[in-house]
Design a protein around this ligand. Structure first.
Ligand code: GAL
Length: 679
């Protein structure tokens, strides 16, 4: 069954973004102008109500929704749909005054004062009740509005709370997880160390900044609990919305690789994945191509949470932000490049924060489509208008998806465990950067990669890379072993399989839980190099990779040695191995080398798997979306030179003309080539 576009009523991509008419209710002239200018900019969606609680309910129990109804009606009459947020991302003053338990307690044990946003206690029964009430009112009043497309739950849920209610909930969560058996917890967390044994679940505190921080299992479980509790809070909102409007989809906007929450757990309760993308485009420490490739990685993380359908780019800035270390404006054309990249990676929407700049407060200088100048002929307005026109030309792309045949394993639990582990070097652990580096290497070869958990169904993938998979979930080893036996090409690296899901080390050899049999090696030592230390590994054909940061020494059991170390006391010992296992192969790379260098091995694996690489000109990023209606190849020139791509044929959607032969792309330009071919 082919999938549909996320929002068929819109007839193509959603284009629009956060809109705060409640800040302008005393300026009907401006609200009129907004509608006129939205139409000019090809805007067909507005996200309303993200922070509207104090206008909806200025006093407890007194609700004012007429302005919203008027707004949604007018937008709809003008062809603009609404994404409606629940307002739980920021609280009115009366609420905190009446229910102080809604205000979060920090890691230092201090309760916050009223103010700012994204800082509620997730447990507070009083807050949950207030949120349920307003959500129900919104759903009952607007749930059947013909312009309403989607619920947007809260805003960028994040952070953690250490209040007494949360502490108690944590203890209850632990008691349930460890079967009300404190001995089981003591074992799992190795608490005899430093005399930290607990007698009762009520003795356990979360890792306060001046409290217990030395139990790795506790630290990890606190993060899992925070995700669980935040998801529970979110699910309570969703429950109310679904009770009233069972058929309306629900999303919650994610923040890139936000470390505080395991988004994959939250994703299970959402109908659509959406995220907010604010890359530091134009920075002075990497090329545009690199920054773009990182964003592409982030898109892949999001896409891979629900690969069967498109995702949403919920927020991006049309101009600049006000919170980067340096708030550089996007150069001409760059916003278009980034917006079309989102589409290339599988988004059915290009949305912004924000439609119009506010006059005051924290975000008064944050970029928007409409500036304080208030005109529709600014550079940024015109660029947005152009993107809107482009999206209309490529409407057929919506509903298609990206079909990656390779995957990178990336786990939040593993991330947390690596961040917390007292080993290696704090300066060079770099788990996320290591993953991204590998993703980028595949991108440069024109090979699409999903980013999935180690427990994912790996059967859609023919090549899987598992960098630094330090912590193994219960099912990971079994999953990887059966993947390889069934013909998969798998590569793992140093620092794999040291601990179980509670961060207890495996005994009898790393990688543990049966993985040393899969790879045919045991890692005996791991050496952390100083930043200027170097080693190298050499292959039989003379290929040499430079080693930095980490190098494991291996006991080779029954694997083939492909490369050995060149230097130091482990010179001549195995560094890269392969073991054929069933119909597949398990590679182990025992040291940190750049993904660029490792590409020679990636190419071998890809060839073995029958996946073609693409010879892309420098700077060009390539993605393919496909579905029943056809296949759409996106070429994005993120480089500084004109690029010529050979042997391209199909219809160039943005230029509405046929291409057959060489495709020329100026820097910053994009081509989307449609072919009839189905997948
Ligand atoms: C997002 C947030 C928006 C706005 C934006 C500014 O993280 O959801 O409300 O603050 O950042 O870049």
């Amino acid at each position: 069954m082919e999938k549909a576009a996320l929002f068929p009523q819109a007839g193509g991509f959603l284009h629009g973004g956060d809109y705060n008419p409640e800040q302008w209710l005393d300026r009907p002239d401006i609200l009129d102008e907004d509608i006129r200018m939205m139409k000019k900019a090809h805007v067909n969606t507005a996200t309303l109500g993200v922070f509207s609680w104090s206008v909806y309910e200025p006093e407890e129990g007194s609700f004012h929704f007429d302005w919203l109804e008027e707004m949604m009606d007018r937008l709809y009459e003008n062809g603009i749909y609404t994404v409606l947020a629940t307002p739980s991302g920021a609280r009115p003053a009366w609420l905190d005054a009446a229910y102080p338990e809604a205000m979060r307690v920090g890691k230092d044990g201090r309760r916050a004062h009223h103010g700012v946003r994204h800082n509620h206690c997730m447990t507070s029964p009083a807050y949950r009740e207030k949120v349920r009430i307003i959500d129900r009112k919104l759903a009952e009043r607007f749930g059947r509005h013909p312009g309403l497309l989607l619920w947007h739950v809260s805003n960028e849920l994040g952070g953690e709370c250490y209040c007494p209610l949360c502490v108690q909930k944590f203890q209850e969560y632990l008691a349930e997880k460890f079967h009300h058996n404190i001995e089981e917890l003591n074992q799992a967390w190795w608490t005899t160390f430093w005399s930290h044994r607990y007698q009762d679940f009520t003795q356990i505190e979360p890792p306060f900044s001046n409290g217990e921080g030395s139990i790795m299992g506790l630290n990890l479980e606190w993060r899992r609990f925070t995700t669980w509790n935040m998801t529970d809070f979110m699910k309570e909102e969703i429950r109310v919305l679904k009770e009233v409007t069972p058929d309306l989809p629900v999303t919650a906007n994610f923040m890139q690789l936000y470390p505080g929450l395991d988004y994959r757990k939250m994703a299970e309760s959402l109908d659509v994945i959406s995220w907010d993308s604010y890359p530091r485009l134009g920075n002075d420490y990497e090329t545009l191509q690199e920054t773009m490739a990182e964003t592409s990685f982030h898109h892949a993380v999001m896409r891979s949470m629900k690969p069967e359908k498109p995702f949403m780019l919920m927020e991006s800035t049309p101009g600049l932000v006000n919170w980067h270390p340096f708030n550089k404006v996007k150069r001409p054309g760059i916003h278009r490049l980034a917006s079309l990249q989102a589409a290339a990676c599988g988004s059915d929407t290009v949305q912004y924060f924000q439609w119009r700049k506010g006059r005051g407060s924290f975000e008064q200088y944050h970029g928007a489509i409409v500036d304080h100048l208030g005109r529709d002929d600014t550079r940024i307005f015109r660029e947005v208008e152009q993107i809107g026109a482009d999206l209309e030309k490529m409407a057929r792309v919506t509903g298609t998806t990206v079909h990656a045949q390779t995957a990178l394993l990336f786990d939040w639990d593993n991330r947390w465990a690596i961040q917390d582990v007292k080993a290696l070097s704090e300066q060079t652990k770099q788990y996320e950067a290591t993953c991204m580096d590998i993703y980028k290497a595949f991108l440069r070869m024109g090979v699409e990669m999903d980013v999935v958990p180690s427990t994912a169904d790996l059967t859609p993938y023919r090549v899987v890379i598992a960098p630094m998979l330090y912590l193994l979930q219960k099912e990971t080893a079994r999953n990887l072993t059966s993947y390889v036996k069934q013909g998969g090409q798998l590569l793992a690296t140093y620092f794999t399989g040291y601990v179980d899901e509670n961060t207890l080390c495996y005994l009898g050899g790393f990688p543990g839980d049966g993985l040393s049999e899969l790879f045919g090696v045991i890692s005996e030592e791991i050496d952390t190099l100083y930043p200027s230390d170097r080693n190298a590994v050499r292959f039989a054909d003379g290929t040499r990779w430079e080693v930095r940061d980490y190098a494991e020494t291996l006991r080779v059991q029954d694997a083939e040695v492909l490369a050995s170390y060149e230097e130091d006391f482990y010179a001549g010992t195995a560094a890269v191995t392969r073991k054929i296992c069933g119909d597949g192969a398990a590679y182990y790379v025992a040291a940190r080398v750049s993904a660029q260098e490792m590409s020679s091995l990636f190419r071998t694996m890809l060839a073995q798997a029958g996946i073609k690489t693409k010879d892309l000109p420098e700077g060009v990023e390539y993605h393919v979306r496909s579905g029943e209606q056809g296949s759409y190849s996106f070429y994005l020139n993120c480089g500084t030179q004109r690029a010529v791509i050979d042997s391209v044929s199909g219809t160039d959607l943005l230029r509405s003309k046929a291409v057959d032969g060489a495709l020329t792309l100026e820097p910053g330009n994009v081509a989307i080539i449609e072919t009839a071919q189905q997948v």
